[in-house]
Design a protein around this ligand. Sequence first.
Ligand SMILES: [Zn+2]
Length: 393
Amino acid sequence: MNKISADLIYTGIGDALKNHKITYDDDGTIISVSSLEKDEIGVRHFNGALCPGFINTHCHLELSHMKGKIPTGTGLIPFITSVVKFREFPQEQIDQAILDADKEMYDNGIVAVGDICNKVDTASCKSKSPLAYYSFVEMFDFHQASLLQPTIDQYMEVLEGQSDLDLNEKNLVPHAPYSVSEALFEFIRNQKLEGQRTISIHNQETSDENQMFLSGDGPFYQFYEGFGFNLNDFNAPKKTAIHFNFANLDSTQRNLFVHNTMTSREDILAAYKWSDHVYWSTCANANLYIENSLPDYQAFIDLDANMTIGTDSISSNWQLSILEEMKTIKRYNSFIPTSLLFQWATLNGAKALGYEALFGSFEKDKKPGIIHLEGPISDGDIDLSLAVVNRII
Ligand SMILES: [Zn+2]
């Protein structure tokens, strides 16, 4: 049995606790969180804060070899074009970059990851990793009827090859409303799933995306023409892009909308009218890397939205660290309470991926990982800008 304390303990829910200790088994199972007695002995004290292991709800581990290769600030469409260009790489370099990125996430206190897969490159790493991976096998047909069946054939094989050992999970998901036809959405919606699952989808990452759905024109039309496609089969519904998701996703599953930089207050309200199981993933550093913009966090907070945090891939980030995402969000939105950021980074993420029975909070019988954030305390919270992450378990 182990007993530890720190200046502050963020439990995953609510404000940080002072003068408390965590008691846990040697295998990391939480026994209790309780008050620290005066002059209590046998308790190891840490300067700074403790929190449960971080949950990264959005990553593309298989793109790790593209670190530092893609220019910043170009906007989403040039970014996607670059990613396509860098897909062809020596396999040993791809495999090594995946292992390095997995280790980086472990060292940065991450315990579970929602990870997008277009290939099977990450399966071997995931089957051995100490992290839990929810593999989202991501499909897209660019709204081309001729690509529907080849896409299905290709991705059923990719799904088959993913790891679902131990805590790992896998299922099919759509890429984004601008790249998935109604027919492909229907195929994904009808896949056989046991219990409630998570469906992740990129959402409203650029204003071009809303334009495609609102007015049926804009840069996505030229983007598709560049690939020799057209959008003749696509009828703009004259509503923002997220409404296309509502019309085509299953509202009884956990739906995880990723990015949401262009998502409005009205869109968030419409989402909760549509389903009680909506989650959001913000990838602040990636948004700054690609589009130089951030979501309207105030609207998400006002509407009590289930926000979670993702790193996106290291092709659009400088590191894979949830703490670094929290620092960036806080730097540009200092009004957001630090304790709320911890909830986004831990419990909300665990719920979004269906891992909350084990991860996300310091509650009895969970095994959430224990992270030490070394750094000064100011105004009753850890000063995130100076915090450094150390993994205890
Ligand atoms: Zn992504």
